[in-house]
Structures are given as structure tokens and as C-alpha cells.
Design a protein around this ligand. Structure first.
Ligand SMILES: *Cc1c(COP(=O)(O)O)cnc(C)c1O
Length: 261
């Protein structure tokens, strides 16, 4: 794994980044606490996932030393490599939870089934079936978030829910998908994940997050036997809005580690 920046030839000072991680973590924790307070929520109810994609294992270890315990990766090979390096450094029974947060290619489902502790990007049935098949063989359980595309951006993955309030078709498709996945061994729905659009006004981001929360409540009413109570929404630039709108999981990279080059 190359250092980030090595491809671009930009100067890159890993020591500086590592020395600032604890400081950045404090700032992020303060931002989480302030947003939670505005929303009348407890910050303990919000899990911050440190998104370490592209960063070397030493950065993960610095983050661990600073107190972080939830890590997020968006590529199955990178998650596997980091998980095994961290297991070698901290022992296999360490207290880290690994989150697979990004779109998964179908040929990588075995790797994700073997290495992810929580999966945030269940965006199509094909992935669910392949994950489940592997989970059954290796006798592993995988809690997951259903990814919903609320903002209707073509570039975003997830089940199409851009007009769910008014679309019987979208609701029916989502309900049927959940029903199908619920019957697959090893997979456990815990909530919804969404991505806000880039570079838009705060009110638009807020409405994407709010409508995701409302969609989760609607889905919960259809599936009383499972708990669809978690919401994975918010990244470095918008996690406060996510928290104000009910996020239980936020996925934070740049605010902790700086830009990825
Ligand atoms: C990279 C990534 C993040 C973190 O983004 P930052 O802007 O660095 O906080 C969150 N979620 C997903 C799905 C990502 O791929």
C-alpha cells in the first residue's frame, strides 16, 4: 500500500498527520457533543466511524491510541489488509469494530463477508445474496445498513428512494427487497445509510437526512419483527446535520486525518 500522495508526488508528512490525530479527534468530539446537545440527544448514542481509507496502518494505530475503536474502509481488499495488520499489532481479540462503508463490487463479497463487522452499503439484492452465501459457509453474522438513494443523484448508489413518499413503486420495491434479504442467512438489518449530495445548501442536505429517518420509521412499521433503528448519515462536512436529524453512525475521514490527496 503506497503512502497517500506518493502517486501525485506531493510532499507528504505522515509524522505530522499522526501527531495531529488526537487533537483533531478532540475537535470532532466537541462538534459531536455540540450537535447532540442542540438536538437534545446524548453523544454516547452516536458512533463515530474513523474512515481510514487510503491511510497506512500506522495512522490507524495512532487513531487507536487516541481512543478510536470504530474504523471504516470502502474497499474490501484494503479492509482485509488493515484488519490483519492491526490484528498482528494488537492481537486478534482487540476491541476494534470494522465497518465496510462503500459500494461493494460483487466479486469482492467473500472478502467483505469475512472481514467486515458491519456493512453500510447494501445497495442491491445481488450483493446480499452473495454475502449471505459466504456468511453461511464461514458461519458468520453480518449486521447491515440498507443504502438508500434519497437525493436522486445518478452517481449515488443505493435503492432508489428519491420520491418514496409519493411513489408506491419505490415503497413496494424497497419493502420486497427487505423481505427477501430478511430471509437470507447471516444478514441482519439494523437501519438505513445514505449519502448527502455534494456542494448543496444545508437545507437540502438536512432534508435528505430527515427523509431518510422518516423512511426508516415507515419501514419499521412494515417490519415490526426487526429493529430498523440505526441511521448511518453524515461525513466530515455534514455530520452535525446528520446528528441533528437522528444519525446514530457518522463516517468521518478528512476531519480526523486531513485530505486524502
Ligand atoms: C470516504 C467516505 C466517507 C468519509 O468522508 P470524509 O469526507 O473524508 O469525512 C464517508 N462515507 C463514505 C461512504 C466514504 O466513502
Amino acid at each position: 500500500m503506497g503512502w497517500p500522495g506518493s502517486e501525485t508526488g506531493q510532499p507528504f508528512d505522515i509524522i505530522t498527520i499522526m501527531s495531529k490525530i488526537a487533537e483533531h479527534y478532540l475537535l470532532v468530539q466537541e462538534r459531536i457533543a455540540a450537535a447532540a446537545q442542540r438536538a437534545g440527544r446524548a453523544s454516547e448514542d452516536i458512533t463515530m466511524i474513523a474512515v481510514t481509507k487510503t491511510w497506512p496502518v500506522d495512522v490507524v494505530l495512532s487513531a487507536y491510541e487516541a481512543g478510536m475503536r470504530h474504523f471504516g474502509e470502502n474497499r474490501a481488499e484494503e479492509l482485509e489488509a488493515k484488519r490483519s495488520a492491526i490484528n498482528a499489532a494488537l492481537g486478534p481479540d482487540n476491541d476494534i469494530t470494522w465497518h465496510h462503508i462503500g459500494t461493494l463490487q460483487s466479486r469482492k463479497t467473500n472478502l467483505a463477508a469475512e472481514n467486515a463487522d458491519i456493512f453500510h452499503a447494501m445497495d442491491r439484492l445481488k450483493i446480499a445474496k452473495r454475502l449471505s452465501r459466504r456468511l453461511e459457509i464461514i458461519d458468520r453474522e453480518l449486521p447491515y445498513f440498507l443504502e438508500v438513494n434519497i437525493s436522486e443523484e445518478a452517481s449515488k448508489s443505493g435503492f432508489a428512494c428519491g420520491n418514496w413518499e409519493n411513489s408506491a413503486t419505490e415503497k413496494e420495491h424497497l419493502r420486497n427487497s427487505v423481505e427477501t434479504i430478511n430471509q437470507l442467512p447471516g444478514l441482519h438489518l439494523q437501519g438505513l445509510m445514505t449519502m448527502a449530495p455534494w456542494g448543496v445548501e444545508e437545507e437540502i442536505i438536512r432534508s435528505v437526512f430527515r427523509r431518510t429517518r422518516q423512511l426508516a420509521a415507515w419501514l419499521q412499521a412494515s417490519f415490526p419483527q426487526v429493529s430498523i433503528s440505526k441511521l448511518s448519515m453524515g461525513m466530515s462536512d455534514d455530520f452535525e446535520i446528520g446528528i441533528e436529524e437522528g444519525a446514530t453512525h457518522i463516517r468521518v475521514g478528512r476531519a480526523l486525518f486531513g485530505s486524502r490527496h
